[in-house]
Design a protein around this ligand. Structure first.
Ligand code: TYM
Length: 351
C-alpha cells in the first residue's frame, strides 16, 4: 500500500525554500495518496532544548499547512509529541543504526560545528527519529527538499538492516510483505522508502549567495523570503537579490555556472508551476531589471493569500488544536498497529 509521510520542524518562520521544496508539493499528493503530514516538534529540541513557546510555534506550522491547502479530511495532520510511538521506535532504531552512520551525516557536522563532544546526543540520533517518523506508518514515499536526501538514505539503511537482522522472526510471524528494492524483489517488514525530491526548486538558494541554501539560520533576513513577509518586504528582497550583470540566457543550458540566475529562474518556475524551459522561453534575453519585478509580482500573488489565511487560522487556536488532536488520534491508531508487531518481532515480553 502506498502512503506518503513528511514533516517540518516548528523552529522559526517558514521560508520560500520550505514552501517550494516541500509544502507546495504536499498539497498535490493529497489527491493521489493517503498522506500523513507531521509537525516534528520533538526534532526541534535536538539543537535547542528550551523554546519560548513550542506549542504556539507548532500551531503556526499547522496553520501554514492548512493555509497552503492541506485538507484535514483528506490528510492526517498532527504533531509528533502526540504520538509517543515515534520515540519508541526511534529507540529501537538507535540500536539498529551504527554510530558511524550518524557521524557521517553532513547536517550533524554542520549543526554540531567544531565542538562535537558538546552537541546533544539527540542531535546525533536525529536521523533515527526521522526514520521512525516515516516507518512507524510504513510510509512508502517522502516528499522533501534536496537537503534531506542523506537522512532519507539513512532511513532506507535502517529499514533494510532491521528487515535483515529480524528476517527469520518476521517470516515466522508472517509479518513480511513482498516489495521491490531496486531491481530485486524482497520480503521485509519495513518498506525501503522512496524520497520524492524534485519539482523546479528542490533546493532554493539564498538570495544573497546562490551557492548557499536558503535557510532559517542565515543571519541576514535579506537572504530569504519568509511566508510571513508582506508584499513590500518580498519586493524589496527580490530587488536586492544578488545577480550577475548578464541578461537571462536564451536557453536553459546558459544558466549553468550562474547560480543566482539559476536560483531566481527556478523560483519563478516553481511558483508559476512551469518548467524552467517555459520560463526561459518567456524571459530569455531580458535583463534582471525586467525579470525581478515580474518575479516579485508572482511571489506576492502566490504567497500573500497563504500568509493572510495563515494569520487568520492562527487566531483560532482551538480550531488548530482540534485538527492536531484529531490527526494525532488517527495517526496514533496506525502507529500502534505497527508497534504491536515491532514489539513482537523484537521479542519483548509484553503479553
Ligand atoms: P525542515 O523543517 O528543516 O524543512 C522542512 C522541509 O523544507 C525543505 N527545505 C528546503 N527545500 C528546498 N530548498 C531549501 N532551501 C529548503 N530548506 C528546507 C526540507 O528539505 C524539508 O522537506 N528533518 C526534517 C524534518 C523531518 C522529516 C521527517 C521530513 C523530520 N522527520 C520525516 C520528512 C520525513 C527537517 O528538518 O526539515
Amino acid at each position: 500500500k502506498e502512503l506518503v509521510f513528511s514533516g517540518m520542524q516548528p523552529t522559526g518562520n517558514l521560508h520560500l525554500g520550505n514552501y517550494l521544496g516541500a509544502l507546495q508539493r504536499f498539497i498535490g499528493l493529497q489527491d493521489s495518496y493517503e498522506c500523513i503530514y507531521c509537525v516534528v516538534d520533538q526534532h526541534s529540541i535536538t539543537a535547542q532544548l528550551v523554546h519560548d513557546d513550542l506549542a504556539e510555534q507548532t500551531r503556526q506550522i499547522a496553520a501554514a499547512y492548512l493555509a497552503a491547502g492541506l485538507d484535514p479530511k483528506k490528510s492526517i495532520i498532527f504533531n509528533q509529541a502526540r504520538v509517543p510511538q515515534h520515540t519508541e521506535l526511534a529507540w529501537y532504531f538507535n540500536c539498529v543504526a551504527r554510530i558511524g552512520w550518524m557521524n557521517r551525516m553532513t547536517q550533524f557536522k554542520d549543526k554540531a560545528g567544531k565542538d562535537r563532544e558538546n552537541a546533544s546526543l539527540g542531535l546525533l540520533a536525529y536521523p533515527s527519529l526521522m526514520a521512525a517518523d516515516i516507518l512507524v506508518y510504513r510510509a512508502t514515499h517522502v516528499p522533501v527538499g534536496e537537503d534531506q536526501k542523506q537522512h532519507l538514505e539513512l532511513a532506507r539503511d535502517i529499514a533494510q538492516k532491521f528487515n535483515n537482522d529480524f528476517s527469520a522472526r518476521i517470516a515466522d510471524l508472517g509479518y513480511g510483505v513482498e516489495m521491490e528494492v531496486g531491481e530485486e524483489r524482497v520480503n521485509g517488514f519495513f518498506p525501503v522508502t522512496e524520497p520524492l525530491i524534485g519539482g523546479a526548486a528542490p533546493r532554493v538558494m539564498s538570495l544573497r549567495d546562490g551557492t548557499k541554501k536558503m535557510s532559517k539560520s542565515d543571519p541576514s533576513d535579506l537572504s530569504r523570503i519568509n511566508l510571513k513577509d508582506d508584499a513590500d518586504a518580498i519586493a524589496k528582497k527580490i530587488k536586492k537579490a544578488k545577480t550577475d550583470p548578464e541578461a537571462l540566457p536564451s536557453e536553459v543550458e546558459g544558466l549553468a555556472g550562474r547560480p543566482e540566475a539559476e536560483n531566481l529562474v527556478g523560483i519563478y518556475a516553481a511558483l508559476a508551476e512551469k518548467s524552467r524551459e517555459e520560463v526561459i522561453s518567456e524571459f530569455g534575453g531580458q535583463q534582471f531589471s525586467a525579470f525581478k519585478p515580474a518575479l516579485a509580482e508572482l511571489a506576492v500573488a502566490k504567497l500573500s493569500p497563504i500568509t493572510s489565511e495563515m494569520n487568520r487560522i492562527c487566531e483560532d487556536r482551538e480550531h488548530v488544536d482540534a485538527v492536531l488532536r484529531d490527526g494525532g488520534e488517527r495517526a496514533g491508531a496506525i502507529a500502534e498497529g505497527t508497534m504491536k508487531m515491532v514489539r513482537e518481532i523484537i521479542g519483548f515480553n509484553t503479553k
